[in-house]
Design a protein around this ligand. Structure first.
Ligand SMILES: Nc1ncnc2c1ncn2[C@@H]1O[C@H](COP(=O)(O)OP(=O)(O)O)[C@@H](O)[C@H]1O
Ligand SMILES: [Mg+2]
Length: 292
């Protein structure tokens, strides 16, 4: 039987929510999978035929160690998506590069630690209300709305460097869309909404922790097309396959644009999209098949 390891983090050693669906889907394809904590030095990654990063949801707190781990694993066995793509994706500066890859994205300014006043001033003049967030971040941590340089909400900023974007107002009404592209195919679409009371109070984050909701919706061809285009562009840039991706999209200035590419540890939302486990297991089986 083929063995694979699904990487998770130390606060969730049993894997992502409903992760048993993933183990079962893999088992049906004769792949014996188990969860392992990425930062646990006793794990024998080389002993696995394949490793997939799943719920490593602390990576943004120690990105250098995480990326060093990914490179190391990749030297010893096969790693889905690959360490190079992960390193690129760990820095939201990639959003500023997407237009050069012909992918429409939320306009993004990269701001170094010592350049926040000038960068934010420029953003406010260009766009009006803006959002500042850490270049390496996840789960909405440190995402702050600012309408002026001395906006009190900037107290909530975490350490820089940052990216600054226009505040996409439609997040509070239309919400954010997530399209899963697994094995190059669109696997499903989810809608993420800011909670009503939270939106009225100025919240922009769609995460459940801040009152947001996630549900499955029908696949919209426009959003699906943009998501596939984004994933293909990354694959071309790195001359590699992108095995799985979640592409987040928002409606800005009259069009759907990419707000985030999740190529490291996107939650598969297995509680509401259990079929993602099947698609993920398919891509694992396909990659293992190529190896023989
Ligand atoms: N420019 C923006 N305008 C409006 N809302 C935003 C903007 N950037 C982020 N958000 C909100 O904050 C959330 C978290 O930001 P995101 O860029 O997705 O970072 P993370 O990696 O923490 O998920 C988004 O899901 C969205 O709800
Ligand atoms: Mg996000």
């Amino acid at each position: 039987m083929t063995r694979m390891l699904l990487a998770t983090f130390d606060l969730m050693p049993g894997g992502e929510p409903e992760g048993h669906l993933l183990l079962e889907a893999l088992q049906h394809r004769s792949i014996e999978a188990s969860w392992a904590v990425w930062s646990d030095p006793s794990v024998d990654w080389a002993g696995a035929d394949l490793v997939a990063v799943r719920s490593t949801w602390d990576y943004y707190r120690r990105p250098a160690a995480f990326l060093a781990w990914a490179r190391e694993v990749e030297q010893r066995t096969r790693l889905l998506n690959g360490a190079e793509v992960m390193a690129w994706n760990a820095d939201k500066a990639y959003l500023a590069q997407l237009p050069d890859l012909d992918v429409a994205a939320v306009p993004t300014l990269v701001v170094e630690d010592d350049a926040l006043p000038a960068g934010l001033q420029q953003a406010l003049e260009r766009w009006g209300p803006s959002v500042v967030k850490p270049r390496t971040g996840a789960g909405g941590v440190g995402v702050v709305v600012a309408e002026q340089l001395h906006d009190p909400r900037l107290q909530e900023l975490t350490a820089g460097p940052w990216v600054v974007q226009p505040l996409v107002a439609s997040v509070r009404t239309t919400g954010e869309s997530s399209v899963y592209v697994i094995g190059g195919e669109v696997a499903g679409q989810a809608a993420k909404q800011v909670g009503e009371a939270e939106a009225a109070a100025g919240e922009v984050r769609v995460h459940p922790l801040y009152g947001g909701r996630t549900g499955v919706v029908e696949i919209d061809p426009v959003r699906a097309g943009l998501a596939v285009q984004a994933v293909d562009a990354v694959a071309r840039r790195f001359d590699t396959g992108v095995d799985y991706a979640r592409v987040d999209l928002v409606h800005h200035d009259g069009a759907w644009v990419v707000s985030e590419l999740e190529l490291i540890e996107p939650s598969l939302y297995l509680d509401v999209m259990p079929t993602n486990a099947e698609r993920f297991a398919d891509v694992v089986a396909a990659r293992l098949g190529e190896r023989d």
